[in-house]
Design a protein around this ligand. Structure first.
Ligand SMILES: NC(=O)C1=CN([C@@H]2O[C@H](COP(=O)(O)OP(=O)(O)OC[C@H]3O[C@@H](n4cnc5c(N)ncnc54)[C@H](O)[C@@H]3O)[C@@H](O)[C@H]2O)C=CC1
Ligand SMILES: CC(=O)C(=O)O
Ligand SMILES: [Mg+2]
Length: 563
């Protein structure tokens, strides 16, 4: 591939450096700025003398300073602001700090703090970190607007319209915080070049009263676009990207469920794209399910799962689990779908409930005479599930009665409160472990601290699509895939499942450690790349001899690839 992320980025960066004012742009360009890391010689050659304090520092020392500033900040939201400021000034340093301290900083740049960052986006705003497209004022101009972005090439875009940010609802343009957070994990996790990674918000209005009344709100204060009017905006954006950057992958993020399915249906065969909430979450939970069933020694043909919540994420996961059961337990699709029970705000979803079901729920409606039930305890008593997944965004809702009921029928049930941020999780790790008397295999969307129970320490897993999207994106882009297929997502889920060691599984740990994200991304990207090649959706001339080495060699690392 002649024009891979690494080579292109270096070329583009040097073009950005050649600004009309000679030396000054270098320290104002976050991709090229190295601050006190510029050597004396570089300062001379690049006309930077006097623009930087005299000391010449290593990247490590610069990072140590940032970490000391972060330690002194008492609130997480202040740390979030410090990191965002750093990202607008010096991306190498930002990523050095983030990658080396991922366990401590993931909860800041991502869930839960990014949730607060989005809620308060207008108040906290200092400088933009991505692109904004107004579905009202900019229509018809999206393609030319992409030319305003400072780099020539872009490999990865995360786009939201802020319709449903985490479990926090419609946040309108404030949703930019989530695009920025996910992009930073594409770079930190998979090694996309930061200059070729673009966070985007489509301003499609908001129905949230708080935003409409907030003087600092940064979007247009009008009601949200719906139906065709909304689709036109998304489609114009997607086609503009495809025209300007044909190899770029677009990740759809946190659209409202009905829009999320409609957009994916419309775009998935026309460009390289996927929906993170439907497919990324599907893959990450599928991986935990595969490992969880192994730990339980449950045969896939016997497995039963209850989903609390039936939106984009729950239906995405349920569909992938049903497909796995169909293919691996060799049962009919109809039988496989019977293994998943979905509960929404009106109770268990059946075809006799008497309401008109949204299209995404229809395949999951019970058609086997299962009684209509609204109490979660009753549903669990009826289903006797091996796994209980929360994707309701409703906050604490798995009480002691629920957990005790699950434990009556399963020796090691999977209890996954997957809703984000932490305040929206269906149960805490502490309650899940205590109420299940240590039996629960626990993983959550947001990080939870370790739990002590009867002299034993339990380490909560993180079942978050962050384990999936960076590797899927990197794998797809680096074999020049034309689309993201279901099979590529299953390959990603299996690679993630395999990355957990047998002794960890033995301890009930079914997800890997977040500090291993880069290594995991290499494995996922390799499997996704191989799958794309096998399916004939990759445009590489030749299959790399060693796909993992191919991926690894293209990953950007701060302090290494910017020397
Ligand atoms: N862990 C992860 O990686 C991911 C987590 N999520 C989380 O999943 C949650 C839901 O996202 P979507 O599916 O897109 O949202 P959604 O709003 O479309 O779906 C929520 C579903 O929960 C149901 N629900 C709400 N309150 C309920 C209650 N009290 N009892 C029973 N059902 C109830 C609704 O009827 C709806 O079916 C969010 O909190 C989001 O943060 C989403 C994607 C990835
Ligand atoms: C993690 C994620 O994508 C969500 O909570 O929406
Ligand atoms: Mg999301």
């Amino acid at each position: 591939m002649a024009d891979g992320p690494g080579e292109g980025a270096a070329r583009t960066a040097s073009m950005v450096a050649c600004d009309q004012n000679g030396s000054a742009p270098l320290i104002w360009n976050p991709v090229l700025n190295r601050g006190t890391r510029f050597s004396r010689n570089e300062r001379l050659v690049k006309n930077l003398l006097g623009l930087i304090p005299p000391a010449v520092e290593s990247l490590e020392l610069q990072a140590e300073r940032v970490m000391s500033q972060l330690r002194e900040a008492s609130k997480d939201i202040d740390k979030y602001t410090i990191l965002n400021d750093l990202a607008t000034a010096n991306l190498s340093l930002f990523y050095k700090v983030l990658v080396d301290n991922l366990v401590d900083l993931l909860p800041i740049v991502y869930t839960p703090t990014v949730g607060q960052g989005c809620m308060e986006y207008g108040r906290l705003f200092r400088s933009p970190l991505g692109m904004y497209f107004s579905g009202f004022d900019d229509k018809g101009r999206f393609r030319e607007m992409l030319d305003n972005w400072y780099s020539d090439e872009v490999d990865i875009i995360v786009v939201t319209d802020g319709g449903r940010i985490l479990g926090l609802g419609d946040l309108g343009t404030n949703g930019m915080g989530i695009s920025v957070g996910k992009i930073s994990l594409y770079v930190a996790g998979a090694g996309f070049h930061p200059e070729r990674a673009l966070p985007v918000t489509l301003d499609c209005g908001t129905d949230r009263k708080e935003m409409l009344e907030d003087k600092f709100y940064l979007g247009k204060k009008v009601p949200r676009l719906r139906g065709d009017a909304h689709m036109e905006v998304v489609e114009e954006f997607c086609l503009a990207v495809k025209e300007k950057w044909p190899n770029c992958l677009v990740q759809f993020e946190d659209f409202q469920t009905e829009r999320a399915f409609a957009i994916l249906d419309r775009m998935r065969d026309r460009m390289l794209c996927f929906n993170d909430d439907i497919q990324g979450t599907g893959a990450v939970v599928l991986s935990g399910f595969i490992n969880g069933m192994r730990v339980q020694k449950t045969d896939l043909s016997d497995a039963r799962v209850v989903f609390y919540g039936a939106g984009s994420s729950a239906c995405g996961v349920a569909g992938m689990i049903a497909k796995l059961i169909e293919t691996e337990a060799k049962v009919s699709s109809q039988e496989a779908f019977k293994a998943v029970y979905l509960v929404d705000s009106k109770g268990l979803i059946t075809n006799t409930r008497g309401d008109k079901l949204a299209p995404h729920k229809v395949p999951f409606a019970r058609t086997d005479g299962t009684p209509n039930m609204t109490s979660l305890v009753d549903i669990i008593a009826h289903v006797k599930p091996h796994a209980l997944f929360g994707l309701s965004g409703s906050g604490p809702s798995f009480d002691k009665g629920v957990i005790e009921e699950v434990c009556k029928y399963c020796a090691r049930p999977l209890i996954f409160p997957l809703s984000n941020p932490t305040s929206k999780a269906e149960i805490t790790a502490e309650n899940a472990i205590h109420w299940s008397k240590g039996k629960a295999i626990f993983a959550a969307g947001s990080p939870f601290p370790e739990v002590e129970y009867e002299g034993k320490t339990y380490k909560p897993g993180q079942a978050n699509n962050v384990f999936i999207f960076p590797g899927v994106g990197f794998g797809a882009v680096n074999v020049k895939a034309t689309k993201v297929t279901d099979e590529m997502l299953v390959a990603a889920a299996k690679a993630l499942a395999k990355s957990v060691f047998p002794e960890e599984l033995e301890r009930g740990q079914i997800y890997p450690e977040i500090q291993d994200l880069r290594k995991i991304c290499v494995k996922i990207a390799a499997e996704v790349g191989k799958c794309a090649m096998e399916q004939g959706v990759a445009r590489l001339d030749r299959k790399p001899f060693n796909m993992a080495a191919h991926m690894l060699s293209r990953m950007w690392t701060a302090g290494v690839d910017d020397e």
